[in-house]
Design a protein around this ligand. Structure first.
Ligand code: ATR
Length: 277
């Protein structure tokens, strides 16, 4: 008699040791009493393909993918979800029926965090201002458009990156010059910092958000520190704020559900586990 296999999942990155995902999934596995393991895997770009094709044979049901592999895995996947194709990157892989399925849950996690922590937020009530046009901005923009935001004003230090995203995502995204970035906030109903400004060890975010619409919602993808200069400025202007930690937690839910068969909760206890030193 052979025992049922214990499902394995994990996160592939390079380097990987800073990742909080093992804490998130480890907490859920333990809390829910599910037999399974979630493992950090340090994989160099030249080894990605070999490792990915070996994992299912070793008992893996899927994995998360992080920097620098999020774009490269699309070419290695057998099936790519619509949202991963739109974003041009994947963060969640499911191994099923001998195939690698690639998905991107960043935009979902971004919106789920806002819905949980600012339940009165109405995405379609007005334009959004998005600061930054790097990798993280792609998931945020896709999430905002899917949630029904009518217009996105995108501003980035390197204008060409913003223009490339505007071209990719279509007419609803317009580019505002970085030296006039405060104009993006004028009348905005949703404001998002996707730059690394304000992150521990990085320069602060110093732009004014004074022009934002009354009752607007501001959120930051930076969560170290939890209370960023962007969120502090937003509160100073009377805006509602949601910190960025919840995006990390919510983006993990669909993967856990696909691998382990249960949709786990994002709650205060999980936040405490992730924030513990
Ligand atoms: P991620 O994938 O996390 O978005 P990234 O692709 O390196 O990381 O993007 C970082 C973002 O922060 C970019 O929008 C970057 O602007 P550039 O495209 O001009 O590089 C922005 N950023 C980083 N440092 C900045 C600074 N000192 N001033 C303004 N924007 C900055």
């Amino acid at each position: 008699m052979s025992a049922d296999p214990i499902p394995l999942a994990g996160v592939i990155g390079w380097p990987i040791w800073h990742s909080k995902s093992p804490r998130v999934h480890g907490y859920w596995l333990n809390f829910l009493g599910i037999k399974g393991h979630y493992i950090p895997m340090n994989v160099a770009p030249e080894d990605l393909e070999t490792v990915l094709h070996s994992l299912p044979k070793a008992g893996f049901v899927g994995c998360n993918v992080t920097i620098p592999h999020k774009e490269a895995v699309l070419a290695l996947a057998d099936e790519v979800s619509d949202r991963a194709a739109r974003v041009g990157a994947a963060n969640t892989l499911v191994f099923k029926d001998g195939k690698i399925h690639a998905d991107n849950t960043d935009g979902y996690g971004f919106i789920a965090n806002l819905k949980q922590n600012a339940p009165d937020w109405q995405p379609d009530a007005g334009p959004a201002a998005v600061f930054g046009a790097g990798g993280a901005a792609r998931g945020v923009i896709d999430g905002l458009l899917t949630a029904g935001v009518p217009e996105i004003r995108l501003t980035n230090r390197t204008r060409e990156r913003a223009e490339a995203l505007a071209e990719h995502f279509g007419d609803k995204v317009t580019v505002i010059a970085w030296d006039r970035a405060e104009i993006a906030a004028e009348g905005a109903n949703t404001l998002v910092n996707t730059t690394s400004l304000g992150m521990e060890g990085q320069p602060p975010f110093t732009l004014s958000l004074a022009g934002a619409a009354k009752g607007a919602l501001a959120t930051d993808i930076v969560y170290v520190p939890l209370d960023t200069p962007f969120l502090i400025e937003a509160r100073k202007q009377g805006l509602e704020t949601v910190d960025g930690l919840g995006m990390l937690l919510h983006q993990a839910v669909p993967g856990f559900n696909a691998w382990f068969g249960t949709s786990p909760a994002v709650d205060a206890a999980l936040r405490d586990v992730v924030l513990a030193p």
